[in-house]
Ligand binder design. Structure first.
Ligand code: FEO
Length: 399
């Protein structure tokens, strides 16, 4: 059954939701699914903006057939060549022999790498700021390299003031009937998954995102249509401001995420005591995670969100507990910066986790380590309350 939604007068969402696959990019959990958005503009010419993932091509073609309503497809605009958006290209090109394919030089390099068919005779090569007229719609193209791949670009429909933003402004989570962000309680339904998507998928590329935001600021945008998650047509400043915050590695709020590893409960107990003491001292936005029970993508999202991080970590084979080490490696890979970090280390005979965590933080930019590391040997005795108290004081003093 087709599922087509109107975006503006003659622009249609023809994407599809995926709720079955457990992992995005075979890494990131999808507890709320994900949407693969594709858009069709019907003018004197018809233009499709990106296709979808292989998992939803059947739905996509049903939607495309319905939306075209017997017309042919004239243009495919490839804003992003990652397979979650380009899986239907081969079938599409075969179905519409006159189809022209619009992309930049890097788009066509990737197209040739992913697919063996030769599309050179159909290629319409576009460069920064160039336009293509569909009739009353004029589409302009702006390069967005490394948001999230080097070939990424965005398309701006000058007529409807719609920015087709590729991965930018995307979100994890399938669409639940409504396609527009303003049809939901956004902060409750979407913000967490939008943040988890941004921080884990695009988080490393803060500087390229800043570049795209500067280009976007010069456009008079009325609608933002990303390739995942809800579309934006109201209060655009809200999501643009979030992107500005995330891409400058600025904390959204003063807060503390406590991430602990604990094999037998002792380190967990210290972490819980610290959370409690922080709250007593007036700290807000405290969250506590057992690293063994939380997905790393959630922890990364939380680390981006708040100003302060606490690692409570056992020493393991004379190293950092592996799951905490994994979080630190992910932080470095994603260019996390500008955080204040406190450490509780544990080690029954040779505690070294704290020192090694500090070394890892030293490989990141602008990380401030609070000089009050608590060292636990096996378990935290009840006479160590003053140490927890002092660490909580040091954290709140820097908030
Ligand atoms: Fe949703 Fe970078 O692809």
């Amino acid at each position: 059954m087709y599922n087509v939604k109107q975006v503006t007068e003659d622009t249609f969402w023809i994407g599809a939701n995926e709720r079955k696959n457990a992992l995005f990019e075979n890494i990131f959990p999808l507890p709320k699914g994900v949407s693969f958005n594709s858009y069709l503009i019907k003018d004197e010419k018809t233009a499709l903006l990106d296709t979808v993932d292989a998992s939803v091509t059947r739905q996509f073609f049903e939607n495309l057939d319905k939306a075209l309503d017997g017309r042919t497809l004239d243009y495919l605009i490839i804003d992003h060549m990652e397979p979650d958006h380009c899986a239907a290209i081969v079938e599409l090109a075969s179905k519409y022999p006159e189809l022209k394919i619009v992309g930049n030089a890097k788009t066509f390099t990737l197209l040739g790498q992913f697919f063996s068919d030769d599309y050179s005779e159909r290629a319409v090569l576009v460069k920064e700021g160039e336009s293509l007229t569909m009739g009353k719609h004029t589409l302009s193209f702006y390069m967005a390299p490394m948001v999230h791949w080097p070939e990424a670009m965005v398309t701006f429909d000058e007529t409807t003031k719609t920015l087709f933003s590729a991965d930018a402004f995307g979100s994890f989570g399938a669409l639940n009937g409504s396609i527009f962000a303003d049809e939901y309680d956004f902060e409750r339904v979407w913000l967490g998954e939008a943040r988890r998507y941004y921080t884990n998928i695009v988080g490393k590329y803060g500087s390229p995102v800043q570049g795209l935001l500067k280009k976007a600021a010069k456009l008079e945008i009325a609608n933002i249509c990303p390739l995942h998650g809800p579309l934006y047509r109201k209060n655009l400043e809200y999501i643009i401001n979030k992107y500005n915050t995330w891409s400058t590695y600025t904390a959204e709020e003063k807060g503390v995420v406590i991430i602990y590893a604990s094999m037998y409960g002792s380190t967990a107990s210290a972490a819980e005591a610290l959370a409690s003491k922080l709250s007593d001292k007036g700290a807000k936005n405290i969250t506590v995670y057992d690293v063994s029970c939380a997905d790393t993508s959630t922890l990364i999202s939380e680390i981006f969100r708040v100003s302060h991080i606490v690692f409570a970590c056992p020493t393991y084979n004379a190293e950092i507990y592996p799951l905490i080490a994994n979080v630190l490696a992910d932080m470095k890979m994603l260019a996390v910066q500008n955080k204040t970090v406190a450490i509780i280390e544990n080690g029954s005979w040779a505690p070294v986790a704290g020192r090694k965590i500090v070394e890892k933080l030293g490989e990141m930019k602008n990380m401030t380590v609070i000089d009050k590391t608590i060292t636990i040997k096996s378990s935290m005795s009840s006479d160590r309350g003053a140490d927890i108290d002092a660490l909580a004081d040091s954290i709140t003093a820097t908030m």
